[in-house]
Structures are given as structure tokens and as C-alpha cells.
Design a protein around this ligand. Structure first.
Ligand code: BV8
Ligand code: ZN
Length: 317
């Protein structure tokens, strides 16, 4: 990574010291160095599917088995991943400054696992580890369920052998375990974006609803507790953020880290911050993905080019 220009680092650090009200918007690029593929980079494909086409209520109602395999794969990947230095640096800043809040688009749970204070971390798009019941009259939901696999049929790899849940036949489990170990060892050599632990050319078994996670209260089908495209963001989260913004006429600094700023309404928070006087610091591998594009930054803003896991700890120290 090229060194951060000293003048930028200095002017940013001076402003950071003077800032109290700070807002951060996090995207998938923050977790890239933890080995989790981003949405729109090479990793934005899962098997032969475009990830964004599976993150919709329509995809789930059409083929819940396929969508659950997609989310089970991402849960598995997120559980294997570890928070990186940027997650920890942001958590440390939050502990030092109660007036610093973080809006994360990420559902991977890594900021929480870096001990980011929960009351200062707003998950705009939910979490891979939360569930909701799809039963019309049922309000069952659960948080922070890290079981993997959720059901035997969702064991990874999802093709080939998987234990027959209706019998106590252990051979399936042994074979899956062996496959798992073989896959684990092979995955070490592969870079994160290529890491697709289920071979895209082996058709996935079509899972029936009975293979999928069920509601313990009404027996209905559970869904991942994430916000799909076309769904509203959690109103309680939006209200908490609006209250923080309304608390004061000022926002001193906004950090925009590892996001293509293409998804709304998340991307819109930069405008709110600017309206309240914030200077904006963008950390991204690609200047074109700065809010408003390569020429979208104001005179007092910063663009730090490179890997968030290296830059964020550097500029926040
Ligand atoms: C809604 C959960 C209305 C699921 C996700 C205007 C206003 C409101 C809505 C819209 C609007 N215009 C369009 C819409 C519709 C839509 C939308 O935004 N579409 C886009 C594609 C145009 N928005 C919605 O549907 C939202 N809902 O508004 O509904 C409504 C209101 C009330 C009632 C009913 C309905 C819901 C959007 C939420 C969708 N769910 N995730 C899941 O994860 O499976 S979004 C998904 O994209 C992820 O959360 C992801 O985080 C997010 C954003 O992507 P990024 O994080 O930015 O990731 P990306 O890959 O794009 O970019 C990575 C970046 O990192 C790149 O810039 C790259 O250069 C950089 N990078 C890579 N490596 C590194 C790095 N940077 C630093 N270091 C590195 N190492
Ligand atoms: Zn239910």
C-alpha cells in the first residue's frame, strides 16, 4: 500500500482531535481483508448467482432453499472470518468518544465481534445471525444465533453427502466432516474472493421447505434477519440515528469506509452529515466509489486510497 501523504494525515489528525460528533458509514470493503468477498467485486458472485439477485423477498419466496444455502454459506464464511485491525480501531474510537456513532451496512457480525459498543453501532441491513419467522401471525425473532450448520441439509459443502436427518445414520456425518476438512485445507491456498466453498459447477440439491430452519413457536419457515432489496430498514434503527443527528446542529466528521455508496438510503447519510457541516474522509480502494464519484469530494474532504484494514488504524491512531 502506498504511504498516506503526510499532509493529508496531519490535517486529518488535527481535525479528528478537534472533532466530537463523528459519524461512520461502513461497507463490505471493511471486511474484505477479513476474507469476506464484497458485494460488487469479484466476490459478488455466489456460485453462478449475482448476490444482489438473491437478497430479495421475491428470490426467497420463489426458492427459499437456494436463498437459505446462500445465507448459510455466508454465515459459515463470516463465522470463519475474524475482525481485522480496522474493526478494532473503530471500536476503540467508539469507546473513547460516546458521540461517535457507526452505521454499518455489513451483516457479517465482525464489528460486534471486535467489541464495538452496541449502543453506538447501528446495523442498517440487519445481521446474518438474526432470524425472523415468516408466519403471518407470528412475531418470533431471534438474535445472535451462531449455529453452523443451521440444519443438516444446510451443512457446507451442500452438494454430495450430507447426513440423512431422518435417521441416525452417522456415515453421512462422517463423510460431511471429511469433506469439510478437505475443503478447509484446500481453502487455505485460495484468496478470499475466489473462496467459494461450494463448487459452482456441481448443482445444489434442491432443498425442500422441510429441510429449512423452522420457527419453534409456530413451525413456520424462518428467514434471515437481514434487510433485502425493496424492504424498509429497521424503523427503530432509523429513529435512533435520526435522534442522534437531531441532537445537535453540528456533525464534525464523517468517515465513509469500504462502501461503493450505491445502496440507499444508507448512502444518503453523507448528505445529512455535510448539511451539518461535516468534513468527509473516504477510505476506499477505488476513488470512483467515493460518494458522488471521483470528483464528488469537497475541498475540505480527504480521500485515503487503499485497504481499510491498514488505513483506518493508521489514521485513527
Ligand atoms: C428501501 C443485506 C424502500 C442483505 C443489503 C433511494 C432511496 C431508497 C431506496 C432506493 C433508492 N434508490 C434505489 C433504492 C432501492 C435499493 C437500492 O439502494 N438499490 C441500489 C442497488 C440502487 N434500496 C433498497 O431496496 C433498500 N430498501 O429503501 O426500501 C422501502 C422503504 C420503506 C418500506 C418499504 C420499502 C434496502 C437496501 C438494503 C439491501 N440489503 N444487505 C445481504 O447482505 O444479503 S445491501 C448490500 O449492499 C450489503 O449490505 C452491502 O453492504 C451493501 C452495500 O454495498 P457495499 O457495502 O458498498 O459493498 P460493495 O461491494 O458495493 O462495495 C465495496 C466497496 O469496498 C467498493 O467501493 C470497493 O472499492 C471497496 N473495497 C473493496 N475492498 C476494500 C475496499 N475498500 C477498502 N479496503 C478494502 N480492502
Ligand atoms: Zn413463527
Amino acid at each position: 500500500m502506498p504511504p498516506i501523504p503526510a499532509a493529508d494525515l496531519q490535517s486529518f489528525s488535527e481535525h479528528l482531535q478537534k472533532s466530537t460528533r463523528i459519524l461512520a458509514l461502513l461497507g463490505a470493503g471493511l471486511s474484505a481483508s477479513s476474507g469476506l468477498p464484497t458485494f460488487r467485486g469479484a466476490g459478488g458472485m455466489w456460485r453462478t448467482f449475482d448476490a444482489t439477485s438473491l437478497a430479495t423477498p421475491e428470490a426467497f419466496s420463489e426458492n427459499p432453499g437456494l436463498v437459505w444455502q446462500f445465507y448459510s454459506y455466508r454465515r459459515h464464511m463470516a463465522l470463519k472470518a475474524k475482525p481485522n485491525r480496522a474493526h478494532y480501531a473503530l471500536a476503540k474510537l467508539a469507546k473513547m468518544n460516546k458521540n461517535f456513532i457507526t452505521l454499518s451496512q455489513n451483516v457479517d457480525g465482525l464489528s460486534s465481534r471486535a467489541d464495538h459498543p452496541a449502543e453506538q453501532l447501528h446495523l442498517l441491513h440487519g445481521s446474518l445471525f438474526d432470524f425472523r419467522c415468516t408466519g403471518f401471525y407470528c412475531n418470533y425473532s431471534t438474535k445472535d444465533d451462531f449455529t453452523d450448520p443451521l440444519t443438516p441439509a444446510l451443512a457446507i459443502p451442500t452438494q454430495g453427502v450430507h447426513p440423512d436427518p431422518s435417521t441416525d445414520d452417522k456415515t453421512g456425518e462422517e463423510a460431511t466432516k471429511a469433506l469439510y476438512e478437505a475443503m478447509e485445507s484446500s481453502s487455505k491456498e485460495r484468496t478470499p474472493t475466489e473462496l467459494d466453498i461450494s463448487d459452482p459447477f456441481v448443482p445444489l440439491p434442491s432443498l425442500q421447505v422441510e429441510d429449512l430452519p423452522k420457527c419453534p413457536e409456530c413451525g413456520g419457515l424462518l428467514r434471515p434477519g437481514v434487510v433485502w432489496f425493496g424492504e424498509g430498514l429497521p424503523s427503530q434503527t432509523l429513529r435512533a440515528i435520526d435522534d442522534w443527528i437531531a441532537e445537535s446542529p453540528r456533525i464534525d466528521l464523517m468517515l465513509v469506509i469500504g462502501t461503493s455508496s450505491k445502496v440507499w438510503p444508507a448512502a444518503g447519510y453523507v448528505d445529512y452529515a455535510r448539511e451539518k457541516g461535516a468534513r468527509v474522509a473516504v477510505i476506499n480502494m477505488d476513488r470512483n466509489d467515493a460518494p458522488g464519484g471521483a470528483n464528488g469530494l469537497d475541498a475540505g474532504d480527504w480521500f485515503f486510497e487503499g485497504d481499510a484494514s491498514e488505513i483506518v488504524p493508521e489514521i485513527l491512531k
